[in-house]
Design a protein around this ligand. Structure first.
Ligand code: ASP
Ligand code: MG
Length: 475
């Protein structure tokens, strides 16, 4: 069997669902299990509706109804399905009315609300697949064993999910049925609906694949695979042919919004290959993520950047030979619920980065007792994923490009995972720098100085796989 996951843009409307049907049909013999996201931007619309109910006491699901009912009529699906969907709309509307009356929106209610997106999309797609003579069945993930903790909005699946998923799904498949499963959602042990974090459908798919020992997982997006850079910054970015799990995970963490960062874990353990494909361009080979992905490593695989980073510099001579100093420091961040990303230390200083979303007031006060604290905002992390065994070569070239661009690198860290080198620059410098680095390592027309003095030949010539659609990234 294989698992095929289709993201929001891949099932955005009737035409996209027809397209998905053809892709599924072409691989029907491989016994596909489908995992779907909510249609288009439905999840965002639901969250907007929740905000309206909470803040303005105003309830409207018109936009959401319209997207789904239009697809139903464009696909010529019957009144039975419409009735099914109406029940879901009714429940969603009631929940929103509850929010508008109580003016309260808990994590639990929010998860329950957004779950309707995926529940609607699988029902429509399964009905159409059946219409097209594919024996499909819409399934809510909790009905095939997706059990999570109760951390609403960011739930973790419980280990027993794997055994339950394997036994229930393999039974369904044995009956010749193509299951169409809701991505992103689960239930906790008390039966409350939970979500696995935005973009969590990827994780649903890889969990199913690992649990059922699938041949492969195909993650269908709207770009030609994992690209060498963000196409919005580097228009001639191109797909990476092969990559290993660690590299793919690093890319996801550091801003390439191609796969959910946690999605790699289940398949890394089970060794299941993950194929990232473009539903707009099914013929393109896509990116293959596997154990020995890209065995003959090129110098670098891809470049990503993440904006809106805060850099915290802590300097203290007290740190010298003080056991437990770092523990103390990090415990302050932990106590404030702040997640630290990059860290670099010397004997007397520590630099670390965080997303700019946190209020640092309290932490700063506490830390000031043991160090001089300097907080710098509007920074970006640029990450190079590649063969860190050749890190000196990479760093030499990266710094050469930075020097030529007049960019000062403010912090450097080489990931312990041995696949990434990350460094901090000013926010506004990042896009041009990424372009220049891409040009340096991959060639092409975009950015940098065409005849830059950085030396070094382009490090990687990934095969051309056709251009991604201009629609951006389907998270
Ligand atoms: N629909 C959810 C989201 O937009 C989950 C997903 O697409 O994977 O985040
Ligand atoms: Mg989505």
């Amino acid at each position: 069997m294989i698992v095929m996951k289709f993201g929001g843009t891949s099932v955005a409307d009737a035409e996209r669902i027809r397209n998905v049907t053809e892709i599924v049909r072409s691989q029907e013999k491989r016994k596909p299990v489908l995992v779907l996201s909510a249609m288009g931007d439905t999840t965002d619309y639901i969250l907007e509706a929740a905000g309206d109910a909470l803040k303005k006491g105003f309830v409207s699901i018109e936009k959401i109804e319209e997207i789904h009912l239009k697809a139903v009529s464009d696909l010529d699906l019957g009144p039975v399905l419409k009735k099914d969907l109406k029940t879901l709309f009714w429940d969603m509307g009631s929940l929103l009315t509850g929010i508008s009356l109580t003016r309260e929106l808990t994590g639990r209610t929010k998860d329950c609300l957004v779950s309707f997106g995926e529940r609607l999309s699988v029902r429509i797609a399964a009905a159409y697949l059946r219409n097209q003579k594919i024996k499909a069945q819409a399934i809510d993930a909790w009905d095939v064993g997706f059990v999570s903790d109760s951390n609403f909005g960011q739930a973790e699946l419980r280990n027993e999910s794997f055994v339950r998923i394997a036994s229930s799904l393999l039974t369904v498949i044995a009956e010749g049925i193509t299951p169409v499963i809701t991505g992103f959602i689960a239930k906790d042990e008390s039966g409350n609906i939970t979500t696995l974090g935005r973009g969590g459908s990827d994780l649903t798919a890889t969990v199913i694949a690992a649990a059922c020992k699938a041949e492969e997982v195909q993650v269908w997006k709207d770009v030609d695979g994992i690209l060498t850079a963000d196409p919005k910054i580097v228009p001639d970015a191109r797909p990476v042919e092969k990559i290993n799990y660690e590299e793919a995970a690093e890319l996801a963490y550091f801003g390439a919004q191609v796969l959910h960062p946690r999605a790699m874990q289940p398949c890394m353990k089970s060794g299941t290959p993950v194929l990232v494909k473009n539903s707009y361009n099914p013929k393109a080979p896509g990116t293959r993520i596997e154990m020995n992905g890209g065995k003959e490593p090129s110098l670098i695989r891809a470049i990503t950047s993440r904006k809106n980073i805060t850099l915290v510099d802590l300097v203290s001579t007290y740190m010298l030979g003080q056991p437990g100093y770092l523990a103390k420091l990090f415990s302050e961040f932990a106590a404030a619920g702040i997640s630290v990303d990059m860290v670099a230390t010397s004997e007397v200083s520590v630099s670390l980065t965080l997303d700019a979303v946190y209020d640092l007031g309290a932490v700063k006060r506490e830390l000031s007792r043991i160090a001089a604290v300097d907080v710098k905002t509007n920074k970006a992390i640029v990450t190079i994923v590649g063969d860190v065994r050749r890190s000196s070569e990479i760093l030499e070239q990266v710094f050469g490009v930075c020097r030529d661009m007049g960019v000062q690198v403010q912090m450097v860290s080489q990931g312990a995972s041995k696949v990434n080198i990350s460094f901090i620059v000013n926010d506004e410098e990042a896009p041009e720098l990424v372009k220049a680095l891409h040009r340096h390592f991959f060639g092409g027309k975009t950015g940098g100085k065409p005849n830059g003095k950085t030396g070094g030949k382009p490090g990687d010539k990934t095969k051309k796989g056709g251009k991604g659609s201009a629609k951006g990234v389907d998270a």
